[in-house]
Design a protein around this ligand. Sequence first.
Ligand code: C2E
Ligand code: CA
Ligand code: CA
Length: 520
Amino acid sequence: MPPDLAHRSSFRLGAARARRVLHRWMLGPHMLAFLPAISLAGFWLGGEVLLLALALTIPLIYGLLLTGDSAAALGSARGGGDLVSMAMAQELAEHSFERARAAETHTACLLFEAEGLEAISRRMGEDVAETLRALFLHRLRETLRPEDSAMRIGDSRFMALIAPGLRLDLETLLALADRLQHALEEPATTDTGVHYLSVAVGLCGSSRLRKGAGGSDMLDCAQAALREAMDNAPSAIRPWSEGMRAERRARTALLSEVETALAKGQIQPWYQPQLCTSTGEISGVEALVRWLHPQHGIVPPARFLDALQESGRMEQLSDAVLHHSLTALRGWDQDGLRIPRVSINFSEVELRNPRLVDRLKWDLDRFGLPATRLGVEVLETVIAESSDGIIARNISALARIGCRIDLDDFGTGHASIGALRRVTVHRLKIDRSFVARIDRSEDQRRMLAAILGLADRLGLETVAEGVESSGEHALLAQLGCDHAQGFGIARPMPAPQLADWARAHAQRIAAAQRLGRSNG
Ligand code: C2E
Ligand code: CA
Ligand code: CA
């Protein structure tokens, strides 16, 4: 570590430690023994006035120190003052690692992710999030020993470095992680109410690292363990293991491979038809992205969307999907097919893009297609978490230019009725889990009927997804669901196959109509 950085960081840690020692000393039981002495000295030095002043200020000082969890006492930690850059975090981890190595002992790095803090910041504002960050840091420091250190290294991420010691085996570290997690997950009270946040923990002890590794490797490995914990479940704790190294390598390889695939045009949408339940005609198609992998064949989005998101390529993905979809739509029009609309899935990142509407308008103009031919699918979770601000403005602007807005996976995202009112939505896309087995389960049928009733009262159209059987399809029509989509109708397919399917489907409908007329 460069000498000035080492000096600055050890000074910073030293100051924080001194603050904590002072805090504990002031609040310790031994202070009670000094109180009569302080009062007597006050009376002796300044008479009643000083005694009165002491009587008034001591409880005040204590009040401030004891309300350690309150926003006022945490004022000093607010304003991002405790945020440490990643470069600094690496230097501190190196420093701790070197000290442990010199003393032939061990150290450890623990990382904590306050899950849901970002959503709180979006929903309730930065002030509330800042108060919670300060509170978390305070709790970490209170639970650690004075010789350990804790800092914030991101918007919702914290790091603890355990001072070098001999007994830092896996069992001890897991027990420590558990204790710290418990302390952090205590309900947190702010002016806006009580918050319950889960905390994921990733950790790495220096003894678990390969020979020749250093402090920044320890931090890297703790990061990988934290990612693993966050991918697993809320409140998970994961220690670094060698097995994660292979996974990390595979992940890095996937990231670069998927970026190349996108650039080479191997990532394209397939189309799944949606039918109107009363006429049986195609009411639209949904564009679902596929990776046409030269070796592995068709790769579904679940295997690569996260990688694209992680590498910040979602906008490029939606550009590709939009371009392919509009090309397909124009081609179907030229073939004389009636495909009224293509719907595209937009991720939260794209919906936050202030240029989204202009970009879509420009593309539609280029293809000579009106905005009414384009549908936008927005996940219910996205509007549940931010029904105001840029996302709502973008959705409303898309609706204003004529795009149809579908609320995807409806029933799983907990959007309030208020959120449904604030954000322009035309259609509820009922999640597959509410559609499966409706022809066989009375409970399931009742639930679906309730959702359809809600949509009706809100004046919204409905589309059921995941329709797998003709029994489900028939019952949906009977219950009044407007549109249906699912493997029972057709699987997603490339644009030319969809054209063939649409032609065959039009013939089936015409034949059914002829049959109906001759029977009637
Ligand atoms: P989603 O938007 O809910 O899409 C529906 C998924 O259900 C699709 O999976 C579709 O193939 C599948 N599906 C359709 N009918 C049935 C059925 O009857 N039974 C069953 N079991 N499944 C059915 P897919 O294509 O694997 O897409 C998965 C998710 O990936 C999509 O869920 C969507 O959230 C995301 N996705 C797909 N394409 C894009 C895209 O271009 N952009 C973004 N941001 N996300 C996309
Ligand atoms: Ca969708
Ligand atoms: Ca869906």
